[in-house]
Design a protein around this ligand. Structure first.
Ligand SMILES: *Cc1c(COP(=O)(O)O)cnc(C)c1O
Length: 498
């Protein structure tokens, strides 16, 4: 007879408590060993999950387990059912979208975070969670070269952060009292408008939708030859809108756009925002983090004048999802937009600046202790270690750029200020755009099917463009060499048939 996996004491029919500490220790060691092996071997898995749709669902029972199941059986299913359905973001070959890393110290921080399981809504609901959040974000501020004072708070995502920034910007419009009175059914409220470049992230559009500004309330500004917001067009648009009765209230600029990692001219945009009294939000979710590298400090030039700024440790600071740093020079305005304290949460400490209640700076009441993992990462690598790693990713991207520039059958499609390379194959003798489009899409799909790498694409001037995003701590120069060899190898047969 097959040996049945053993149930714990806590799984016996009469038990009503949690897994006991000894069982936790036993399975905890198993899980930590599993994680260590996984991180060591992650490059051996196909990066992009090769599952077909529905594979996981059909492998799982339709109904929940009525009786306890042994941990052995659960962990075995993680291996056999869950793992094949994982796209390995932690793989050195993951270069799609923006590449990220759940680093060792960050993963350990997450483990402690869930063990402590504190809710950092009020200072008193865990002083350490609130104060560590303030300290780590002040350290990060210093690493980025941003001036003091700057209030920081950690959100789940930049998408939440931009929503909060624009809610604050809306709150800052004098005389409209939108928080109290809302937007609809009020003849005295002009139509509101904010501005961003055509290359800004979709979370900016979504924030406008959620806030009742509407998609028409977001005016997209064109970009120059390097995909940066055209500031002359921005100012013209604002003037036009004012003349037509709109009420401009904010601009969001991007340092490191998602498509090509272009950098909007923040100092000039800040001038315009000052001239027209508009809230300036800067989205540095990916690119802003580069400022930790002293050679890259310049990328946040002008951001000291922003009303709010976001950089994402979960994007390019090796922090497991989720952790997005939101900075503002105007915490009082953000608080005015969001603070709403029900009686049961009122307490004596909720007054001072020394002990802010972080639930007052956004929509979420419950807040994870996200600062713990970030604090552990900062201490484990140190500022110089973090800078060296970001510097290396930029260096690897520049290597690939050099090879592309030297290869007659490839072309760069955008500048490479960070570690994102945008290029396409353009073999001699193939001039038709439709043909180039099909060829590059095929090339990317072949790479992705190969399993060692996962790349994604964008469109640059309407042209299909392959993106190689370098940002995982496990990615080495050797990986980039192998990728380049694979790309060239896949192009060769195309050239023969051309
Ligand atoms: C990734 C990214 C975002 C979205 O970040 P989330 O934290 O996933 O919401 C926003 N803006 C830019 C420029 C990004 O690269």
């Amino acid at each position: 007879m097959e040996k049945q996996p053993q149930l714990d004491a806590a799984q016996q029919p009469s038990a009503t408590g949690d897994m006991n500490p000894e069982s936790f220790r036993h399975y905890g060691h198993q899980v930590v060993d599993w994680i260590a092996d996984y991180l060591g071997d992650v490059g051996k898995y196909p990066v992009l999950s090769q599952n077909s749709p529905g594979a996981i669902r059909s492998a799982l029972p339709a109904h929940p387990p009525a009786q306890p199941e042994a941990m052995e059986a659960i962990l075995a299913d993680v291996d056999h059912i869950v793992l094949p359905g994982i796209t390995h973001w932690n793989s050195p070959g993951f270069m799609a979208y923006f590449s990220i890393t759940g680093s060792g110290p960050g993963i350990l921080g997450e483990m402690l975070c869930s063990a402590l399981n504190v809710n950092a809504m009020l200072w008193r609901t865990s002083p350490a969670a609130t104060e560590l959040e303030q300290v780590t974000l002040d350290w990060l501020r210093q690493m980025l070269g941003l001036p003091h004072p700057l209030f920081g708070v950690i959100n789940d995502t930049a998408s939440s952060g931009v929503l909060y920034a624009l809610a604050a910007a809306r709150e800052a419009i004098p005389d409209l009292h939108i928080r109290q009175k809302g937007l609809s059914g009020r003849a005295e409220v002009p139509r509101l408008r904010f501005y961003t470049s055509q290359d800004a992230h979709s979370s900016v559009d979504k924030a406008g939708i959620v806030l009742g500004i509407g998609q028409e309330g977001l005016r997209k500004i064109g970009t120059d030859s390097e995909f940066r917001m055209d500031v002359l067009e921005l100012e013209r648009a604002i003037q036009e809108d004012i003349a037509a009765g709109w009420r401009p209230f904010a601009v969001t600029a991007t340092v490191g756009t998602t498509s090509t990692s272009s950098i909007d001219p923040v100092p000039q945009i800040a001038d315009i925002c000052e001239r027209y009294a508009l809230w300036l939000h800067v989205d540095g979710s990916y690119g802003g983090m580069a400022a930790i590298d002293p050679d890259m400090r310049w990328v946040l030039g002008g951001c000291e004048r922003a009303d709010s700024l976001i950089v994402n440790p979960h994007k390019w600071l090796f922090t497991p999802l989720d952790c997005s740093a939101f900075y503002t020079r105007k915490p009082d305005v953000v608080k005015a937009a969001f603070s709403l304290i029900p009686e049961f949460l009122r307490n004596a400490e909720s007054l001072g600046d020394e002990a802010p209640n972080l639930m007052d700076y956004g929509n979420a009441l419950g807040r994870r202790f996200r600062a713990l993992k970030l604090w552990m990462i900062m201490r484990y690598f140190g500022q110089e270690g973090l800078a060296a790693r970001i510097h290396e990713h930029i260096h690897l991207a520049q290597l690939l750029v050099q090879w592309i520039n030297e290869a007659p059958d490839f072309e760069l499609m955008a500048p490479t200020p960070f570690s994102l390379v945008c290029f396409r194959a353009h073999p001699r003798g193939i001039a038709g755009e439709a043909q180039l489009e099909a060829l590059n899409e095929r090339l990317m799909n072949q790479i992705n099917t190969g399993g060692r790498f996962f790349l994604s694409h964008t469109r640059v001037h309407g042209k299909f463009t392959i993106r190689v995003a370098i940002g995982n701590l496990r990615t080495t120069e050797q990986d980039i060499r192998v990728l380049w060899t694979e790309i060239q190898a896949h192009l060769a047969p195309e050239m023969e048939t051309a």
